[in-house]
Design a protein around this ligand. Sequence first.
Ligand SMILES: CC(C)(COP(=O)(O)OP(=O)(O)OC[C@H]1O[C@@H](n2cnc3c(N)ncnc32)[C@H](O)[C@@H]1OP(=O)(O)O)[C@@H](O)C(=O)NCCC(=O)NCCS
Length: 160
Amino acid sequence: MGSSAGDSTNSPRGPRLTTLGAKTHIRQADLAADFDAILAIYKANRWSHARHPDRLRIALERADLALVAVQDDRVVGFVRTMSDGAFAVYIADILVLPDVQRQGIGSRLLRAVLDHYPMKTFHHQVLIAERDADGFYRRMGLSAVGAFGLTAFIRTRDDS
Ligand SMILES: CC(C)(COP(=O)(O)OP(=O)(O)OC[C@H]1O[C@@H](n2cnc3c(N)ncnc32)[C@H](O)[C@@H]1OP(=O)(O)O)[C@@H](O)C(=O)NCCC(=O)NCCS
């Protein structure tokens, strides 16, 4: 993954390993070993990134942090971020395989990300919630920008 993701293993703000039950854990993604499984998670959730594997690989290579959730040796969840390493982080994607959603995997992945970017330093933590996913982020303690009198702007196209 990106250099800072690789370097962060030994940094004070490196991701914590999290145990989910007996056989599930969160670890840094290994692009060579995990790419096919990560691509499969995008496909299973019908995300348009899956139609562009070469671009997805670039996105993963340049991620500031990329984590996978592994259950019984099967990669079942993924999250990646972009960051300036100083003030801001953008949580780009978080996905869990449909057959294991609502089992606490997404929340463990997001918690690992939030722990990696302490609010004391990274006071600008943003993401765009997919339709129907906002309840997940509210459950995790995040707020919609409107709660702070802010407005988020976006330039995009319908890529569904
Ligand atoms: C959104 C997603 C990552 C959540 O992962 P998950 O493993 O299913 O979530 P968890 O089991 O950790 O859920 C944590 C809490 O959020 C709630 N939650 C999860 N998904 C939710 C949703 N879509 N709407 C409302 N609440 C949700 C859970 O009920 C749980 O609450 P609880 O602790 O009171 O039981 C996962 O459902 C997913 O991959 N969805 C498809 C891809 C997607 O939309 N990703 C988000 C991009 S913005």
